[in-house]
Design a protein around this ligand. Structure first.
Ligand SMILES: Nc1nc2c(ncn2[C@@H]2O[C@H](COP(=O)(O)OP(=O)(O)O)[C@@H](O)[C@H]2O)c(=O)[nH]1
Ligand SMILES: [Mg+2]
Length: 245
């Protein structure tokens, strides 16, 4: 967001706080907005299993820390945010948060949950001293339309909560080919509780584009043509801010 727009929104929130001084619920919501405005943008990376979410996340962070190729094992929504010292915190669905050991295999983090089950862990927060994370908090989400309904539901519940605005400010939605579940997801991400506003916060990306056409030399060009076609399609265009490869 441009500096001047952020400053304008911050002023507006302060004005609203004065108006709603007698309404604790409204004031609490406004305080949350004020805090979020001063934090880095929260960008979630979503898509089906093996779309390349964790790989993209590592590329943005500039270090290969997120586990990749773990299929259904990455079942927990995992936040990557800036911290002076590396630290992993597990937030259980019920109970107090606790610090996990910093285990790495070939550079990538291994989340050691001990006796806790993945289903009982609401989120993992990785703090990491990567300069890229000063500007951007990244959120790795379990695969949409996973074989396990539970895993898939965790991502949809997080990205499209029924009774609250999404905790993510924007999402990059990765897909290898357009699949019915990709469309369903993009449609529901647009129709949030906040109503069917014209605002769209998703960027759809054709991932692993180098593999299209069995990895021929022109595969990236073909992927570009497909992205163009989606971008021009009337019904697809309105689902995302843009289509790219
Ligand atoms: N050829 C190719 N392989 C990729 C690309 N991105 C990811 N992969 C591979 O696809 C597999 C799944 O990637 P991963 O990031 O774990 O997917 P996730 O399940 O969506 O998090 C891994 O073996 C990656 O190395 C890409 O752009 N090109
Ligand atoms: Mg992954």
């Amino acid at each position: 967001m441009k500096e001047s727009i952020s400053a304008g929104v911050a002023d507006l929130i302060q004005d609203a706080l004065l108006v709603y001084a007698d309404d604790p619920a409204a004031a609490a919501a406004l305080e949350t907005y004020a805090r979020r405005l001063s934090e880095p943008l929260r960008l979630a990376v979503a898509g089906m299993v093996k779309a390349g979410k964790s790989t993209l996340l590592n590329a943005i962070i500039g270090e290969e820390i997120a586990p990749t190729d773990t299929g259904e094992c990455t079942r927990i929504v995992t936040w990557y945010r800036y911290g002076h010292t590396p630290r992993i915190t597990a937030y259980p669905v019920a109970g107090e948060p606790h610090i996990l050991p910093l285990k790495r295999v070939d550079g990538r983090l291994v989340f050691v949950l001990g006796n806790a089950r993945a289903e009982d862990t609401e989120r993992l927060v990785v703090e990491w001293p990567s300069p890229a994370l000063r500007e951007l908090t990244l959120i790795d989400t379990p695969g949409i339309a996973s074989l396990s309904e539970d895993v898939s539901a965790r991502s949809t519940d997080f990205l499209i909560p029924v009774d609250a605005p999404s905790e993510a400010d924007a999402i990059i939605y990765l897909m290898r080919h357009m699949h019915a579940s990709d469309l369903r997801f993009l449609e529901s991400f647009r129709d949030t509780e906040a109503g069917r506003s014209g605002t769209v916060n998703a960027l759809a990306v054709l991932s692993r584009a180098d593999e299209i056409g069995a990895g021929r030399i022109d595969s990236l060009l073909s992927a570009g043509d497909i992205a163009d076609r989606y971008r021009r399609d009337h019904s697809l265009r309105k689902l995302a801010l843009g289509w790219s490869r």
